[in-house]
Write a protein that binds this ligand. Structure first.
Ligand SMILES: C[S@@+](CC[C@H](N)C(=O)[O-])C[C@H]1O[C@@H](n2cnc3c(N)ncnc32)[C@H](O)[C@@H]1O
Length: 284
């Protein structure tokens, strides 16, 4: 038998080869196997870990050592203040995406019962985070992956949110011709030959990540149709790659949007671009 403390020490050393947060990973996975909160590990560091729990923990560590994400091993990921279920059918929500939520909340601050569309909702992360802050909002969340939508619906249910309407759709093709106050999207934006796709994120769904040779195919598709679904004065907010902070504003300008602005995340990387629609805009 081994103690909690000894097991954590030994495992975090092992995980250092694949993880930037080996201690945290080890703690999250051991707490999960013990069905306890992480704080239990600190309070009971000298406690012996039963053989069966050790075996279950070792299995998870073995998988983690292949770069398999902790969130998939745990089956959930925290986003905003929500616990979201994740499986290999959905992208694991990233902390950077909370910037989309923050910006969206600012843009709808003065609108009562805003009509919002979240394109490519995945786990439902953006739509559900906005819904949790603005229960008066009428939110449509779409994805072309039926499996992803099934997870998003479960997440809505588990977080007791019933103001989001989930629609299967290839971007706008299946959506009712409604005009929205705000469109948000974190679409796929990685170049198809990007080497990251062969690393840790290889376990995540490729259709959630890759967007053609330039990484811009999906953003271009969205901007092609978006304006027809926006009210006069509506905003669109699109998350993109750190190296797309010049291209996406240009695409938004070409689409006829105004007041275009790119925002950086906490690591000072270009992360999202937003633009506003005005009906009186004349394209030359
Ligand atoms: C980068 S993930 C974002 C997931 C989630 N919104 C988030 O921020 O964590 C992109 C999502 O877009 C969806 N998607 C990709 N192509 C699509 C398309 N043509 N139409 C609708 N959804 C699409 C994927 O299934 C995936 O769920």
């Amino acid at each position: 038998m081994t103690t909690i403390q000894a097991l954590l020490k030994q495992t975090s050393r092992q995980l250092a080869s694949v993880s930037e947060s080996p201690q945290l990973d080890a703690e999250l996975l051991l707490a999960h196997c013990l069905h306890k909160e992480r704080s239990y590990l600190y309070a009971w560091g000298e406690k012996q870990v039963e053989e069966s729990t050790q075996q279950a923990f070792k299995q998870l560590i073995k998988k983690r050592l292949t770069d398999y994400p902790v969130a998939y091993l745990l089956g959930y990921k925290e986003f905003w203040s929500l616990d979201l279920m994740v499986t290999e059918d959905v992208l694991i929500p990233r902390p950077e995406t909370e910037l989309v939520v923050e910006t969206a909340l600012e843009k709808i601050q003065s609108i009562s019962t805003p009509n919002i569309l979240d394109l490519g909702t995945g786990t439902g992360a953006i739509a559900l985070a906005i819904a949790s802050e603005r229960p008066d909002a009428l939110i449509t969340a779409s994805d072309y992956s039926e499996n992803a939508l099934a997870i998003a619906k479960k997440n809505a249910h588990q977080n007791q949110i019933n103001t989001v309407d989930f629609i299967p759709s290839d971007w706008f093709t299946n959506l009712p011709r409604t005009k929205f106050d705000l469109i948000v999207s974190n679409p796929p934006y990685i170049k198809s030959d990007d080497l990251h796709l062969q690393q840790g994120i290889r376990y995540e769904p490729l259709q959630a990540l890759a967007a053609g040779k330039t990484g811009l195919d999906d953003i271009i598709s969205i901007l092609d149709s978006a304006l027809a679904y926006m009210k006069n004065g509506a905003w669109i907010i699109i998350e993109h790659g750190y190296d797309q902070g010049k291209l996406v504003p240009m695409l938004m300008k070409n689409a006829g949007l105004q007041q275009i602005r790119c925002i950086q995340d906490y690591n000072e990387n270009d992360r999202l671009t937003m633009g506003k629609k005005y009906d009186n805009y004349v394209r030359y």
